[in-house]
Design a protein around this ligand. Sequence first.
Ligand code: HEM
Ligand SMILES: *[C@@H]1O[C@H](CO)[C@@H](O)[C@H](O)[C@H]1NC(C)=O
Ligand SMILES: *[C@@H]1O[C@H](CO)[C@@H](O)[C@H](O)[C@H]1NC(C)=O
Ligand SMILES: *[C@@H]1O[C@H](CO)[C@@H](O)[C@H](O)[C@H]1NC(C)=O
Length: 537
Amino acid sequence: MLASTILGAAVLYTLFVLLYRFVIAPVFVSPLSKIPAAHPTSSLSPAWILWTRWRGRENATVLAAHERLGPLVRLGPSEISVNCVNGGIRTVYTGGFEKGAWYSNAFSAYGGVHNMFSMEKRDVHSARKRMISNVYAKSSLQASPALRGISETILCRRMLPRIAAAPGGVLEAYELFSAVTLDVVTAYIFGLQQGSNFTDHPEVGAKWLHDYKSRQPYLFWIQEMPNVFQLFSKLGLGRWLIPDWVGRKSVAIEEQCLEWCDAAEAAILSGKAAESARYHPTVYGQLRSMLEKQDMVEKQNNQLSQEQRLDLASEMLDHLAAGFDTSGITLTYLAWELSRPHNVAIQSALRKELLSLRLAYSTTSSKSATFLPSSKELDDLPLLHAVVMETLRLHAAIPGGQPRVTPANTTLGPPGAEVHGNPAGIRFVSAAHSLHRNPEVFPEPGLWRPERWLDEEGGVDGGGEKARWFWAFGSGGRMCVGSNLAVYEMKGIVAAIWSEFETTIVDDAGMEHVDGYLAEPRGSSDGNFLCLRCGKI
Ligand code: HEM
Ligand SMILES: *[C@@H]1O[C@H](CO)[C@@H](O)[C@H](O)[C@H]1NC(C)=O
Ligand SMILES: *[C@@H]1O[C@H](CO)[C@@H](O)[C@H](O)[C@H]1NC(C)=O
Ligand SMILES: *[C@@H]1O[C@H](CO)[C@@H](O)[C@H](O)[C@H]1NC(C)=O
């Protein structure tokens, strides 16, 4: 009798503790409980947001929740979506919240070697960023003979001839732009001579792109449900969630990057890198010499140790991965918008603006001197700038959430509606998709309207609220390090193409965005993303 009473009390007590821990505390006691829940179950369980993510409905669902409930929305028991600038991205991103396992699990390489993108801790990350960021500064790009040679070779001698030679002038835009951006980025990282040459070899480039992209959906398990994936792996069932070929493709990509690194290393050791801009591995050389200065590159017959080799390779793989697909996606949507029938006037206005530069791109001769516009000359073209900005806004290549983890006792929310005292370890997330659709800052946000970045006289008007809400490159300490290179490269590519060609759409059935962190076009059933016809002017 007594025993069963004690047992009963113990069961009741345990039930109460569980009820408190999993229901009462998260729903009523936690400071997060003051934040409106996106779904009735959000404060109890992450199941709803995980399911939304898995089905590819996150962008629209989270935006709708903000429109309904305001700038702070609770997505799960310990996840908050933030969609405002003051008290929002200022606090989380400029305030230096750290990255979490979401990044470090997914973006390290070579069996866990970390890089700028994947590093969690602020001090480790900023030490690395300080070593490299100057090669991406605007002034370095402007003064770089290597980059000038890269633009001339890749834009004028590879890209324009490939377009001119396309049968009937028709080509697949996403494959073209990915090849061009990978060539530019690898040439800047490893040296033009050592980098990729995919623009000239479309089949090799297309295969690489498809291998690279095919792995992306499986990141879900590593980023969102790492514990479930670990459990499956321990039971030997990991391949139920992530098939073995995914790992094999990743290894092949890592090996390709090591080859590029070794070629850059050889160019340095042979002295060619110092003699000729064509061999100069700008980013690789920079990190290598910084590591050397710190005495971290020990000279053993001039050989890097395997550890140093992988350290460099992981960082370079990170830059080429972060750099090529983002710019390729942006250029594909830019080409699409410019070529749509209702935007034909914008395309001809842009061509008119470009002709004011009197560009002399050469599509036929491989030896004639080519006049390339400088980045200053490109930046002085307001419509070109507006077209690039508007594409980055409406078709952000990274529209998805960029999660960060709270330190303790953060105050969040716009002035007057702050929420104080959030516990540590909460995931905060903002997304360009939602920030870029605030109708007070970007009226009729669903429309592609480059004019919104121009003033009445046709000059650039990008300041004020627009600049504060523009988030295509993120913000704060973990903001995109390559944004200047990206903009310079994209403007150069657009100027080269639309000075020489006019474009129309052949087939754009594949242009719906994938819903995810990265948002490339989904592709159509016949394997095309965007078929463009490029007519020589
Ligand atoms: C249109 C082109 C680009 C877009 C839209 C873009 C966007 C972004 C965004 C949103 C982030 C922050 C991501 C996060 O915290 O989750 C980021 C970081 C980064 N990007 Fe870019 N990017 C572009 C081009 C490039 C290029 C050309 C490079 C270099 C060659 C580059 C290298 C990086 C690196 C290394 C980081 C990590 C920075 C850090 O953690 O400190 N990106 N980029
Ligand atoms: C790129 O490929 C073309 C065509 O095969 C070739 O002529 C050129 O030398 C290659 N360039 C580099 C840097 O490998
Ligand atoms: C957060 O604030 C509470 C109450 O003010 C305090 O007791 C606690 O120590 C703080 N935590 C941290 C990590 O600062
Ligand atoms: C958002 O996701 C939906 C799928 O739910 C997709 O149709 C749409 O193109 C995506 N939009 C953007 C801008 O990513």
